[in-house]
Each structure stands twice: as structure tokens, then as C-alpha cells.
Ligand binder design. Sequence first.
Ligand code: URA
Ligand code: CA
Length: 446
Amino acid sequence: MRTVDLIAKKRNGHEHTKEEIDFLIAGFTKGIIPDYQLSAWAMAVYFQGMNAEETAYLTMAMVHSGDSIQPDAIPGMNVDKHSTGGVGDTTTLVLGPLVAAAGVSVAKMSGRGLGHTGGTIDKLEAISGFQVEMSQAQFYQQIKEIGIAVIGQSGEMTPADKKLYALRDVTATVESIPLIAASIMSKKIASGAKAIVLDVKTGKGAFMKTLADAIELARAMVEIGTLTGRHTVAIISDMDQPLGEAVGNANEVAEAVRTLKGQGPADLTQLCLELGANMVLLGGQATDIQTAKEILRTCIADGSALAKLQQLVEAQGGDPAFIQDLEKLPQPKQIIPIHSHADGYIAEIQAEEIGLTAMLLGAGRETKDAKIDHSVGVNVYAKVGNRVKQGEILAELLVNASDTERLDEAKNRVNRAFRIQSEHVPQSKLIYAIVDANGVRYFNEA
Ligand code: URA
Ligand code: CA
């Protein structure tokens, strides 16, 4: 097989065999196929696309490029959840303990990565003493004992995806649905998922700006799941404004605790119930979505979801005192309110600007080795469609830095993120559709 022939084949719109895709990915991972050839191939895929079988072959070739966990090594029906990114998402912090309390095993393995805020393991490290390093044997043992464990990625998972993503990033080939779908699914499958619930975000703050693109990406991932034997369901949800109130690390942990007590923001709670109910269904703990939601509501009302968080924290060396007293989480030196400059209705909250502000204040990593300040971030209290009065608090900056230039930029960014108008604005929709092996179902409620 010659790489140049495979590039020409895709350029001319033909389909690859499994052997051809394995050849390309194995050769590229080992450094036998040079970057320029794989770049040309990625561009051919960008223009010609790939069918579901080719996309599934690519996914599994990337899984096999490095270390992976066999699904059967994990006790119970391990249902993984993935969000395609967004600002201040917080759902994983809520869903882990919530669905574990409902009897679904949660084996969460995540990297740190770059972003507006830390990843799930960074957020958990806002809890004093919390450890994310443990052996695989300890990881499985803890899942067997309490049904949930969260660890940092060990070994080298999906090196082909890392290498290909870096190449796509500099060759204008990121925005290809089959390449994105294979990239996301390869990481879920390598970390041992038996079934997968995806939260595909759409809107200005999301990777997929339009509903049509989000649905297309969701379909591609569901098809990969079907072809590789992992039951997969995708919820399409809004990222036109930040989810919940907190964007940061310690403040998101506090928000997760409030949500597990039944006192969380309405949008975060609704999305967690929808995603969680699908996890409970795939995990075999209920046979219909309404029963699954009832189970989760009971876990919140009877305190078992919160008790599961306490068990997780204690099992991983953390001090659970914050669960009773949220002030025990890292606190910023200063809280700066952002006031509405006018009477009117919130027409827009640019999630991206809020996320960048949180990063500017130190909540996320701009470079791989940057340190996260767990105490800082942004809290957003207003939602699109809310009526506000001049002077009302829309948001708060949680601040440690004394750098006034940075602070001024942060204030300006958050101010700019809000657009207020005098005409009435309807509330935005939270959940647009659900995509599974049977197709797309659109949601009608707001
Ligand atoms: N996120 C991923 O993990 N991979 C992509 O290709 C795009 C977004
Ligand atoms: Ca949030």
C-alpha cells in the first residue's frame, strides 16, 4: 500500500477499507508516514467526507494506537458521559455522584488540558486533600466498593488522536464532522466506556454554532457507537449562554453541591436530569426515561446523591467538610459585582467572553504547564430573557490578582458580554433534540 495512492483515492471521493485506514493511522503514529502526507489526506477527508464505516474504522485505529482500558475490566455497567465543551458546564461534577447513587458505575478518567476553567479533575482538586492519582487496581477496587472513581489519565491514550489533532489545528482541517466524531469517540472508547451519553452543545459559545451541524455531529458519533458496540445517545443542548451560574473551579464545586441538594440553578438541574436519566437507562437501572428521572429526583431528595459525593471525596483522600460548609472551599480575596447599566431585558450573554474572563482571572490554563487558581472565576446571575433594572447585579468576578490592568480588562469583558435591550426577549431553549440509533427527536418545551 502506498500513502500517495490512498490520498488520491480519498481526494477522488472513494471509500477506504479498514486495512487502508489502519495503514494510515499506524504509519502516522509511528512516524513512518510524514505530517505532510497525513495533512493532505485530512484535507481530502475535509472535502470528501467519510461514511459511517470509515469513521468507525478511524475511531478504532486511534483507540489501538495507545493504551486503552477493556470495558470488562470495569465493574458494573460503566456509562461514560462527554460534553463537547462549553463554558462553566459543571454537569460532570453533578452527574458522577448522581448516577452512581442510582446504581450506574462511574469510572471517570480525564486529562487536564487547556481551557477557560480546569477540567473535572482540576475542579475536584479545589477540595482540600483530593487525590486523582491511583493505580488501575485501586481504581477498579474503588468502583467495586462505592460505584465511582475519578482519576487523571495514566499511560498514553489515543496518541494518534493527539498527533492528528495537532496537525488539523494548523492545516485548517479541524472542522470536519467525521474527524471530530472519531476524535471524541476514540477517547471515550479508550477509557473503557460500555455505553456513552453525549452532550453536544450548540450556539455561539460552542464548537458547533448551528443546530444542523450539532445534529450532524451527534449522528456521526451515534453511528460510531452503533458500529463499535457501544450504545450511544446524544442530547443537543444550548450554549448560547453559560450553563448554571458558576464558571471556575471551587465555585463550580459549590454549585454542584447545591445542585445535588436540589438547590441548584434550574438550567443546570434540568440538563443533569436529562443526561442522567439517559445514563440510568443505558446503565440498565430503568426501562423508560420518566422512571429514570424519578429515580434521580429521589436520589437528590433523600440525600443519597450528596452522600455519594461525600463517599467519593473520602475515598480519594479529600476533606468532606465543604459539603456542610461551602465557605471551606478556596475563597477569592475579592468579589467584584458587575451591575446592569440599563433597565431592560437580557438579549444575549456571550458565553465565550465569560469563559475568557474566568481564564484571565486564573481559573484556566493558557499554556500546558500553567497553574490553576481554584478560588477565582465568574458567577453569572442573569439569564437571557430576564428583566433587569439598572444597577442590578448581573455577575460577580471572583478575584485574587492585584493586577489592575487585568482586572479592568476582566470587568470590560464581562460588561461587554451582556446585551440589554428595552424590548421583551423570550427565554432561550435549553434542550433542542435527542439523537439515538433510531434517529432525531426534537424537544418542544422551552
Ligand atoms: N474535540 C475533540 O476532542 N476533537 C476534535 O476533533 C474536536 C473537538
Ligand atoms: Ca456552571
